[in-house]
Design a protein around this ligand. Structure first.
Ligand code: SF4
Length: 384
């Protein structure tokens, strides 16, 4: 099965897996100590992109391009120049296209900001996470608060659309310290903030350190209270919540992420990258050598492909729709359910409404603030 080129694809995701270190909590397809493979990987990426684009008789116009990772800010300048030359050869994009680069503060040479801007990148997503060096270093995230401060001082001279990521629930971070972090963040010239709650993923070093009690996480109640405080604090400073983890100044919501949440088609390139053509999901190879060799030898096929069934479409619409503050249209999600399924889901919704976890507003189901923090449980309860 391959990606359906008749899908109305307007978004590209390009994965750059290389990282200067491996953070202990990281669940992503990321590789530390593999920099010698960067050039070879870039050429494989280019080949994958060209193979895709050659299916089209005309250049494809784009609404968003997202360089994610890994650490795309370690993309060597000459290779990134080459990447943009290839993209311009096969796609149409301009200053109205949202072009995001994820940036790790400790990896930036400031001349790069100018280069990125010249290339057409117009949105930076900066991984701040915390301003406490000691906490981050214990999690093997070897960045310094001083790097964050200088980047957030210089970057606004080049970019007027900057997002930062912060992580709530890191070990040893007090509530007072978290509040101080957000008080600092809102003084920066940024337009968007992603506030993630720390998750402990299986098989990560953090998972082993937590299970062996080397690391103690803050208690759930404190994290929930702090999440609510943070939502209110950010909104009082003009960052409106539009998704469980996402806050933006007016009109600065992430268009690329919205593509995912609205289940619009997107094509991903690179190690472990996912694609969706409206009917099927595909995921690229996650093993670097297998990915490189199969592309180089012209025998590449994504190892994971799945055609989405009606029940899965419902599950995806619930999961992606309820993450958003505007919620999900009940008529739209229920249209393909059997009478029996509708009855079952309606009963669960009524219980959730009684518990004030969900509300119905103009035909849309929306999570309440209390519902947002137990979003995963609610989605499980609404499954068929
Ligand atoms: S920098 Fe990001 S992608 Fe790389 S290891 Fe850390 S969390 Fe993972």
């Amino acid at each position: 099965m391959s990606y359906d080129i008749s899908a109305n694809t307007r978004s590209l995701y390009i994965h750059w897996p290389f990282c200067p270190y491996r953070c202990h909590y990281c669940p992503f397809v990321a590789l530390a100590s593999h920099d010698p493979f960067m050039e070879r990987y870039h050429h494989a990426l280019v080949k994958e992109i060209k193979n895709f684009a050659r299916n089209y008789t005309e250049k494809l116009p784009l609404d968003t391009i997202y360089f994610g990772g890994g650490t795309p800010s370690t993309y060597p300048d000459h290779l990134l120049l080459d990447m943009f030359a290839i993209l311009r050869e096969f796609f149409i994009f301009d200053e109205n296209t949202e072009i995001t680069l994820e940036v790790n503060p400790g990896t930036v040479r400031f001349e790069q900001l100018e280069l990125w801007k010249k290339l057409g990148i117009n949105r930076m997503s900066v991984g701040v996470q915390s301003l406490n060096d000691s906490v981050l270093h214990k999690l093997n995230r070897l960045q310094k608060a001083t790097d964050v401060y200088s980047l957030l001082e210089k970057a606004p001279h080049y970019f007027d659309n900057i997002s930062v990521d912060v992580i709530l629930g890191l070990p040893e971070v007090t509530i007072a310290e978290w509040k101080q972090l957000l008080a600092t963040v809102v003084t920066w010239k940024i337009t968007h903030l992603s506030m993630y709650v720390l998750e402990v993923h299986d098989s990560t070093p953090l998972f082993f350190n937590v299970t062996s009690k080397k690391v103690t996480l803050p208690c759930d109640d404190d994290v929930v209270d702090t999440y609510h405080w943070s939502r209110e604090f950010l909104e009082s400073h003009g960052f409106m919540q539009y998704e469980v983890s996402s806050f933006a100044r007016a009109g600065k919501e992430s268009r690329h992420n919205t593509t995912y949440w609205e289940r619009k088609p997107y094509r991903g390139f690179g190690l472990g990258a996912c694609s969706f053509d409206g009917i099927s999901r595909l995921q690229n190879e996650k093993n670097l050598m297998k990915y490189l060799e199969s592309i180089e030898q012209d025998r590449y096929q994504p190892p994971f492909t799945e055609t989405i069934t009606k029940d899965q479409i419902y599950a995806e619409k619930i999961m992606l729709g309820l993450r958003r503050i505007k919620g999900v249209c009940w008529e739209e999600i229920s249209s393909d359910l059997s009478e029996e399924q509708k009855e079952k889901v309606t009963t669960v919704i009524a219980t959730l409404q009684q518990k004030k976890l969900i509300v119905e507003n103009n035909g849309r189901l929306q999570l309440t603030p209390a519902g947002l923090v137990v979003e995963n449980e609610i989605i499980t309860r609404l499954s068929l």
